[in-house]
Design a protein around this ligand. Structure first.
Ligand code: PRP
Length: 182
């Protein structure tokens, strides 16, 4: 047990369960893309672990890209706009674009991002999310490929953080309330 695990209340999704579901999701994507090339865009930072597992399981040819966005205006204004901290480097015009995200929560970040990227005229744009918190949704958005529906609990691990920590855990766990109530 690594020292940070003392802050974890319980494992929500085990390493084995994640591996099984990611493999299933890759098969769903294979069936959809049928060998066409796809730009896989990892949304930093939380999706890094999911992205690196997923890319090794799909059979269609891929280009890697990375994007970093911060959502804002989600409070009372709920504008759902996204500030780009790092943009894609690939020109997505006429290409299949698959956004790889760790969690869909309010949906503000992905809703704004999809609107923005659609204006660049990709051939197709799809969203895959490992985790989905439907009870938190503000925007009318669903992932085209979705891993697990989860309850509204504070989860970390497999890329997800609290205050930049716990991303390295190989499973998705629930943080002890004492950690964020300090
Ligand atoms: C998280 C997550 C999504 C967003 C989801 O990112 O990776 O991008 O929040 O929330 P929403 O659906 O309410 O918009 P975060 O800002 O925590 O950055 P990180 O990926 O670097 O941890």
């Amino acid at each position: 047990m690594i020292s940070i695990e003392k802050d974890i209340e319980r494992v929500l999704i085990s390493e084995t369960e994640i591996a099984k579901r990611v493999k299933e999701m890759a098969a769903e994507m294979d069936a959809y893309y049928k060998g066409e090339e796809v730009v896989l865009a990892c949304i930093l930072k939380g999706a890094v672990t999911f992205f690196s597992d997923l890319v090794r399981l799909v059979s269609f040819p891929v280009q890697f890209d990375f994007m970093c966005v911060s959502s804002y205006g989600s409070g009372t204004s709920s504008s759902g706009s996204a500030k780009i901290l790092k943009d894609l480097s690939v020109d997505i015009t006429g290409k299949n674009l698959l956004l790889v995200e760790d969690i869909l929560d309010s949906g503000n970040t992905m809703s704004a991002l999809i609107k923005l990227l659609s204006s660049r005229n990709p051939k197709d744009i799809k969203l895959c999310c490992l985790l989905n918190k439907p009870s938190r949704r503000v925007q009318p958005i669903t992932a085209d490929f979705s891993g697990f529906d989860i309850p509204d609990e504070f989860v970390v691990g497999y890329g997800l953080d609290y205050d930049e920590r716990y991303r390295q855990l190989p499973y998705v766990g629930v943080v002890k309330p004492s950690v964020y109530k300090k």
